[in-house]
Design a protein around this ligand. Structure first.
Ligand SMILES: Cc1c2[nH]c(c1CCC(=O)O)Cc1[nH]c(c(CCC(=O)O)c1C)Cc1[nH]c(c(CCC(=O)O)c1C)Cc1[nH]c(c(C)c1CCC(=O)O)C2
Length: 341
C-alpha cells in the first residue's frame, strides 16, 4: 500500500487527522467545467464510455479542490445497460430504461457484460496513472437492490414501491434478479480492482425503504456475497458499503457484509456513528444541503462531525451526493475548514 494514500490508511483502521475528504458525486453538474464537457458529449452514457472524457471529468474536482480520493466517473446503471435494458438519461427526467417483468428476468443474459464495460476499465487504468500518487482511486457499483429498483420500475420513483411490490408478488424471480446482479457486480468490482482501483464503494442508495426482513434478504445478504466473492480473488481489497437510510439496521451491517468502512447518511446520529466507529472506519455524513447553504451552517456541520468522529477512523464525506445547486466556493470552504482543523 502507498502510505501517502490517506483514504487507504483510514480503510485499514488508522486514525488520520485532519481526516481525508472526498464527496459523493464530486464530478457533476455543480461544476461549470463538467457542464461544459457534458454539453459536448453525445449523452451521459457516451461520457461514461469514452475514457478520454470520463478521465477528464473525474480529474476536474481533484484539480479544483485537491480531494484525497477520486471516484471513477461512471454510473451504477451501466450494469443494466450492459444487460440490454436500453438505459437513457434525459435532461430533467433522470434515468429511464425498459421495465423488466418476471419473464424478462429469466431471459437476462450476463455473458459478455464485461466486454460492454471494457471502456470503464480503460478509464480506471488511465486514471491510476494520471492521478497524483497520494490520491486514492475509488471504483464503485450499485448494490443489487438499488440497481433492481430502477430495472423494475424503468425509472426513479420516490419510494421504490414497484420493486417492493414485485418482490412480494414474485419472490423467486426477484431472488434470481438480485443473485444475478450480485454475481455481475462482484466480477465488475474485481475488473476495476485489476485495472487499478485502490478501493471500491458499493452504493445501496435505496436501502432505507425496506423492512427488516427484506433488508436482510435483498440488501445485506447480496452485498455480503459480493464482498466475499471479491475477497476470494483479491484478499486485500478495501471496500466501503453505503446503505443509505438504513438507520438502526446499520448496527450489525459492517460485520454482516464484511466491509472495511460503512458509509453514513446525515440522519445517522453522531453518537450512534461513534459506536459504529469502534469496529472500524466510518464515512460521512454531512447533510448535502449544508453545502448549498454555505456560511455558518456549513462550518457548524463540519465542526460537529470533526469533534464527534475525528478521534477515530473517519473519511469525511457528505451523507449523499452533492447537488447541482451547490456553489463550488462552498466546497472550497468545506475542504479548507477540514484541513485547517
Ligand atoms: C442511484 C444512483 C445513480 N447513480 C449513482 C447512484 C448511487 C448514488 C446516489 O444515490 O446518488 C452513482 C453515481 N452516479 C454518478 C457517479 C460518478 C462519480 C461521482 O462523482 O460520484 C456515481 C458514483 C454520475 C452521475 N449520474 C447521473 C449524473 C447526472 C447526469 C448528467 O450529467 O446529465 C451524474 C453526474 C445521473 C443519474 N444516475 C442515477 C440517477 C438517479 C441519476 C439522475 C439524477 C441526477 O441527475 O442526479 C442513478
Amino acid at each position: 500500500m502507498d502510505e501517502s494514500r490517506k483514504v487507504l490508511r483510514v480503510l485499514n483502521g488508522e486514525t488520520v487527522f485532519p481526516p481525508p475528504v472526498w464527496l459523493m458525486r464530486q464530478a457533476g453538474r455543480y461544476l461549470p467545467e463538467y457542464r461544459q464537457v457534458r454539453k459536448q458529449a453525445k449523452g451521459f452514457l457516451h461520457l461514461c464510455y469514452t475514457p478520454e472524457l470520463a478521465v477528464e471529468v473525474t480529474m476536474q474536482p481533484i484539480s479544483r479542490f485537491g480531494f484525497d480520493a477520486a471516484i471513477l466517473f461512471s454510473d451504477i446503471l451501466v450494469i443494466p445497460d450492459a444487460l440490454d435494458r436500453n438505459v437513457r438519461f434525459e435532461e430533467g427526467r433522470g434515468p429511464l430504461m425498459t421495465p423488466i417483468d418476471a419473464e424478462g428476468v429469466a431471459r437476462l443474459d450476463g455473458s459478455g457484460f464485461l466486454d460492454h464495460l471494457a471502456p470503464v476499465m480503460e478509464t480506471v487504468s488511465r486514471l491510476r496513472s494520471d492521478l497524483p500518487d497520494e490520491t486514492t482511486l475509488l471504483g464503485f457499483c450499485g448494490a443489487p437492490w438499488t440497481v433492481a429498483t430502477y430495472m423494475i420500475a424503468g425509472h426513479g420513483t420516490p419510494d421504490q414501491a414497484p420493486a417492493r411490490r414485485f418482490a412480494y408478488e414474485h419472490p423467486e424471480a426477484f431472488d434470481a434478479l438480485i443473485d444475478l446482479l450480485a454475481d455481475l457486480s462482484a466480477d465488475y468490482l474485481c475488473a476495476q480492482i485489476e485495472a487499478g482501483a485502490d478501493a471500491v464503494q458499493i452504493f445501496d442508495s435505496w436501502a432505507g425503504v425496506l423492512g427488516e426482513v427484506e433488508f436482510e434478504r435483498y440488501c445485506a445478504a447480496p452485498v455480503a456475497k459480493i464482498i466475499r466473492r471479491v475477497r476470494e480473488r483479491h484478499a486485500q481489497a478495501k471496500i466501503i458499503a453505503f446503505a443509505k437510510g438504513a438507520g438502526l439496521l446499520l448496527e450489525n451491517y459492517r460485520r454482516r457484509v464484511g466491509s472495511d468502512a460503512v458509509g453514513l447518511d446525515w440522519t445517522v446520529p453522531l453518537s450512534f456513528a461513534k459506536k459504529l466507529q469502534v469496529e472500524g472506519a466510518v464515512q460521512g455524513n454531512l447533510d448535502p444541503v449544508r453545502v448549498v447553504a454555505g456560511g455558518k451552517a456549513l462550518d457548524e456541520g463540519v465542526d460537529k462531525i470533526l469533534s464527534e468522529l475525528g478521534e477515530g477512523p473517519l473519511i469525511f464525506n457528505l451523507g449523499h451526493g452533492i447537488t447541482p445547486d451547490a456553489d463550488p466556493a462552498h466546497v472550497s470552504q468545506l475542504v479548507k475548514r477540514i484541513r485547517n482543523a
